[in-house]
Design a protein around this ligand. Structure first.
Ligand code: ADP
Ligand code: ADP
Length: 231
């Protein structure tokens, strides 16, 4: 479970104070996929970056399974959190297998265990492992790279998955397919996921719950049905 308690993030921008996140509170239960839905600039990405400590909180607290993120080692914290962004930074000079195996390698998995995991993850993402594992990112299509990005985020079985418009750069037909496959996978994985989107159709389709964000605050929170019914 993840709890955001009165989270504030301020930036100084040429002397002006910007409240990117403004006293935001939200609770995400274990195994739940919550979509943060809102217009550009409302603070969605900032909230994810605060969660894996790529940014520092101005005020408030974030707890993961009851533990304050500030009391955890930053590197260890990031190893427990999978992070997928739109144009994922796969390392261009590493093969697909090396990209996926990065965190497992850092945390000391054996080469054999990593190889098995890479195989399993590529198949999970509907990519032929034998065909793709030794390729480099530039030899894949955009959609295929994005699947690898998801596989990499899942590699060490993270407690929490942060996904920032993960399918936003994929063309509409492939996007629908990868959304469907990912939902099917999530049925089995039951990961705790925070999923950023500015697309209401995507939010309704993907979310167990939706948090509508505006000006750095949660303005509505509920299941897709509840969000649709409320005025
Ligand atoms: P979203 O992901 O919803 O589009 P962001 O979290 O990226 O929104 O941004 C929220 C607000 O914070 C915006 O007004 C943005 O310009 C501002 N912001 C984000 N990062 C910085 C930064 N590093 N410095 C100054 N302002 C920032
Ligand atoms: P998309 O429609 O997702 O943009 P692309 O047109 O980029 O797909 O790629 C189509 C196919 O060509 C994919 O199966 C991809 O693996 C393959 N491909 C693309 N670029 C290369 C490359 N540089 N080397 C080998 N195969 C490639």
């Amino acid at each position: 479970m993840i709890e955001y308690q009165n989270v504030v993030k301020e930036y100084q921008d040429n002397g002006a104070l910007i409240k990117a996140v403004d006293d935001l509170s939200l609770q995400v239960e274990s195994g739940e996929l919550v979509v943060l839905l809102g217009p550009s600039g409302c603070g969605k990405t900032t909230l994810l970056r605060l969660t894996n400590r790529l940014e520092d909180l101005t005020a408030g607290q974030i707890l993961i399974n009851g533990q304050n993120i500030l009391e955890q080692d930053e590197v260890k914290l990031r190893q427990k959190i999978g992070y997928v962004i739109q144009e994922i930074g796969l390392f261009p000079n590493k093969t697909i297998a090396e990209n996926i195996g990065m965190v497992p390698k850092i945390i000391g998995w054996s080469a054999e265990r990593i190889e098995k995991r890479v195989q399993e993850l590529l198949e999970m993402m509907n990519l032929d492992a034998d065909l793709f594992k030794d390729r480099y990112p530039a030899q894949l299509s955009g959609g295929q790279r994005q699947r690898v990005g998801v596989a990499r985020a899942l590699a060490a079985d993270p407690e929490l998955l942060l996904m920032d418009e993960p399918f936003g750069a994929i063309d509409p037909i492939n996007r629908k397919e990868i959304q469907d496959q990912f939902l099917h996978l999530q049925d089995k994985l039951q990961k705790t996921i925070i999923f950023v989107s500015h697309d209401i159709q995507e939010a309704l389709k993907m979310g167990d719950k939706i948090a509508l964000i505006n000006n750095g605050q949660v303005v509505q929170f509920g299941t897709p049905e509840e969000i649709l019914l409320e005025p």
